[in-house]
Design a binder for this molecule. Structure first.
Ligand code: ATP
Length: 374
């Protein structure tokens, strides 16, 4: 769960007229050796780092996700970018300017939180206008900008409603409008869709991505949902225990995970290690292969020259509608998950395969070496 911020969206200064948003080489956000320790407990003398000396560049205008399990340091990193949390060590730069010691309101960023943090007694229009009122923007401009922001999140005409009269998805859109109306150069989003049900979340993912493309603002999006991160991001960073294990485009991170942790967290952990790797891949090391790259066949079927193959027995079958997921116990030891599209297979046929001996084959090029850290 994200830690709660101040109830209001952070007011941000008007963007500098000289700010050149397009094609800027300077990263929107640069984190240098950034660390945060919350101090050690009475029995614990060594400081534990919630964020453990990370370096990261987020490019201007990109949709960047910070992905990782609960407690891996994503929210703390986001809060240090926003200025809600002071780093123990390291620097935060926004568009080249060192803001490490600046308070939140002096930074050209806004934050959208999972719990919306809307003022319940204020109308939608007043909630959205809040940051502009704080910054003393003149009323005619305020009215225009609030209307534009509500239009952008498809809530035109909802100005007079109270947050309590809206659905969860609509409330989240008001929170987004309230941040966008300030025209920040960087928008920080902390699990903003976490409270929504799956269908609405998927709709909002598409909407958020299209709004980001429309406004061209840098989005930094915290999530523990790998599918969400893969769907929406231009690039993502995978966090584990306060460190970043990999940064890359979704396809890169999914297809070529750098570490065993990334292989397991972003997708299914299909790892071949030690003697099993030597027997199957023919080389020592740790390798990962994605479940959808593996073909199930008869044990007598032959593997091609450019293929890796392994004999095994189907231990379990889960029918998932469009796909079926098989767990195969390998004769060489260990197990692999295989997913197959149900192009012609029915659930009955798939479930009947449990206990069957099979040969698994996949292209050699789909064996990816990973650091054996996990
Ligand atoms: P989640 O997805 O659950 O929000 P996260 O990846 O965002 O997790 P953080 O909230 O950044 O993780 O927490 C990282 C670590 O720092 C955790 O071990 C957490 O307990 C600890 N932590 C965070 N805030 C504080 C605090 N104010 N005081 C003490 N420890 C904290």
């Amino acid at each position: 769960m994200a830690l709660l911020p101040l109830p209001a969206a952070t007011a941000s200064p008007a963007p500098s007229p000289s700010a050149d948003r397009a094609g800027s080489e300077t990263p929107a956000v640069r984190l240098e050796n950034l660390a945060k320790s919350f101090g050690s407990g009475p029995l614990d003398t060594a400081p534990t780092f919630a964020v453990d000396h990370i370096d990261l560049d987020v490019r201007d205008g990109e949709f960047f996700s910070m992905l990782g399990p609960s407690g891996s340091g994503k929210t703390t990193t986001l809060r240090m970018i926003a200025g809600f949390e002071l780093p123990t060590a390291g620097r935060v730069r926004l568009h080249g300017v060192d803001v490490t010691n600046q308070p939140p309101f002096a930074r050209d960023v806004n934050t959208v939180f999972q719990d919306y943090a809307l003022f319940p007694h204020m109308s939608v229009g007043d909630n959205v206008a809040y940051g502009l009122v704080v910054r003393k923007v003149a009323k005619p401009e305020r009215v225009r900008r609030v209307a534009d922001a509500l239009d952008m999140v498809r809530l035109a005409g909802y100005d007079a409603r109270k947050p309590g009269q809206l659905s969860g998805g609509q409330r989240q859109r008001v929170a987004l409008a309230r941040a966008l109306v300030n025209r920040p150069r960087v928008l920080l989003l902390d699990e903003p869709l976490g409270a929504l049900d799956l269908k609405l979340r998927e709709e909002m993912q598409i909407e958020l991505k299209s709004i980001q493309q429309q406004v061209g603002i840098t989005f930094i999006y915290v999530t523990h949902d790998q599918e969400e991160a893969l769907t929406m991001s231009d690039r993502l960073a995978v966090f584990n225990r306060g460190k970043i294990e990999q940064v890359g485009a979704p396809a890169e991170v999914y297809e070529r995970p750098a570490t065993a942790f990334v292989a397991g967290f972003v997708g299914t952990s299909n790892l071949l290690r030690g003697a099993v790797a030597e027997a199957i891949v023919g080389r020592s090391g740790t390798f990962t292969v994605r479940p959808e790259k593996i073909r199930l066949g008869d044990p007598d079927s032959a593997a091609g020259e450019d293929e890796t193959s392994a004999l095994g027995t189907i231990r379990s079958v889960v029918y998932l509608g469009p796909d079926t997921r098989f767990v195969v116990a390998l004769d060489a030891g260990s197990e692999l998950v295989v997913t197959q599209q149900n192009l012609t297979t029915s659930s009955m046929e798939a479930l009947a395969l449990q206990g069957t001996a099979v040969r698994l084959t996949w292209k050699r090029q789909h064996n990816f070496p990973v650091d054996n850290d996990g």
